[in-house]
Design a protein around this ligand. Structure first.
Ligand code: NAI
Length: 328
């Protein structure tokens, strides 16, 4: 039998945590033959709720779940971790300025980065889900100098999946007929879902749809503002779809993208496509053997360039703001 993989989940008692943990434990994160040991991190006030979730996990009798430990101390929670899902974050509350939000999250992601640096396994892979995800990932990464920077990623897979869903409805095809979807930039309303390189059954998606008005005034804003639309409809933010995207992100990272397609992940820029080096920005990426690579050589027209630049500029502003606050 294989040795269990240690998976740390922060914010384990939250709504995404509740949707995520059962799928990790049932084998959807890494594979149906990979045992997992869960390490849950919560703030002290939420440890009891996390214990309740752990009781339910026990009650599922998942054959692949080889243990659950619950912590309120980051240093312990990240000890020996192979996969770290950083979900817990400080949400934006009414009247909160961006600086306050970044500062509050710095107080979470700086010590978590330090704890990963000190105690995680050599092969650790980190996915930041908690918002502002890209910049929280940057903060954590900058406090983990001994971990290769490419191990810190942020989630734009939910945006990617939302874009697949919208395009599949418009084109009347199945999501599995669509390849090479791309989300560029920040996981925020400035993100740019790009169908100019996407393919529907092997043909260019933008040409197949051939509806610039839909693209500009329906598709892009619907994908970018989907989070707000879910809150409006459900009375709570997206949780199951976010958890599902987190599962997809890690599964693809570990098990590889299929031949002839790619996925979207926010990863540290090497300067590709004019994105300043060091920013954690969403790109089209392929993955193989647990490593990602930014897809190179795509032609970017003026329409796409302007949108990518706008989102990347926002990321640069967030980076400058956390730098000013001494968080990186
Ligand atoms: P939630 O409020 O239900 O749960 C968050 C949990 O994190 C709470 O249980 C809280 O106690 C815990 N927490 C707070 N500080 C912590 C710390 N320092 N260490 C460990 N745990 C801590 O929120 P929900 O709905 O589960 O969302 C979590 C985050 O994911 C939010 O920041 C949300 O904005 C973000 N999100 C990101 C998406 C993406 O596509 N990147 C999509 C949807 C949500």
């Amino acid at each position: 039998t294989r040795t269990p993989v240690n998976v740390t989940v922060t914010g384990a008692a939250g709504q995404i945590g509740y949707a995520l943990l059962f799928r990790i434990a049932s084998g959807h994160l890494l594979g149906a033959d990979v045992p997992v040991r869960l390490r849950l991190l919560e703030i002290p006030q939420a440890v009891k709720a996390a214990e309740g979730t752990a009781m339910e996990l026990d009650d599922c009798a998942f054959p692949l779940l080889s243990g659950i430990d619950i912590f309120d101390d980051a240093a312990k929670a990240f000890e020996g971790t192979n996969v770290a899902l950083l979900v817990g974050a400080r949400p934006r509350t009414k009247g909160m300025e961006r600086g306050d939000l970044l500062e509050a999250n710095g107080g979470i992601f700086k010590p978590q980065g330090e704890a990963i640096n000190a105690g995680a396994a050599d092969d650790v892979k980190v996915l930041v889900v908690g918002n502002p995800a890209n910049t929280n990932a940057l903060i954590a990464q900058s406090h983990a100098p001994d971990v290769p920077a490419e191990r810190f990623t942020a989630m734009t897979r939910l945006d990617h999946n939302r874009a697949l869903a919208q395009l599949s409805k418009k084109a009347g095809v199945s999501v599995s007929d669509i390849k090479k979807m791309t989300i560029w930039g920040n996981h925020s309303a400035t993100q740019y879902p790009d169908i100019f390189h996407a393919e529907i059954n092997g043909k260019n998606a933008a040409e197949t749809v051939n509806d610039q008005n839909w693209l500009e005034n329906d598709f892009i804003p619907t994908v970018a503002k989907r989070g707000a639309a879910i809150i409006e409809a459900r009375g709570a933010s997206s949780a199951a779809s976010a958890a599902s995207a987190a599962i997809d992100h890690v599964h693809t990272w570990v098990n590889g993208t299929a031949e002839g397609t790619w996925t979207s992940m926010a990863v540290v820029s090497d300067g590709s496509y004019g994105v300043p080096e060091g920013l954690i920005s969403s790109f089209p990426v392929t993955t193989k053997d647990g490593k990602w690579e930014i897809v190179q050589g795509l032609e970017i027209d003026d329409f796409s360039r302007a949108r990518i630049d706008a989102s990347v500029n926002e990321l640069a502003e967030e980076r400058d703001a956390v730098r000013k606050l001494g968080l990186i």
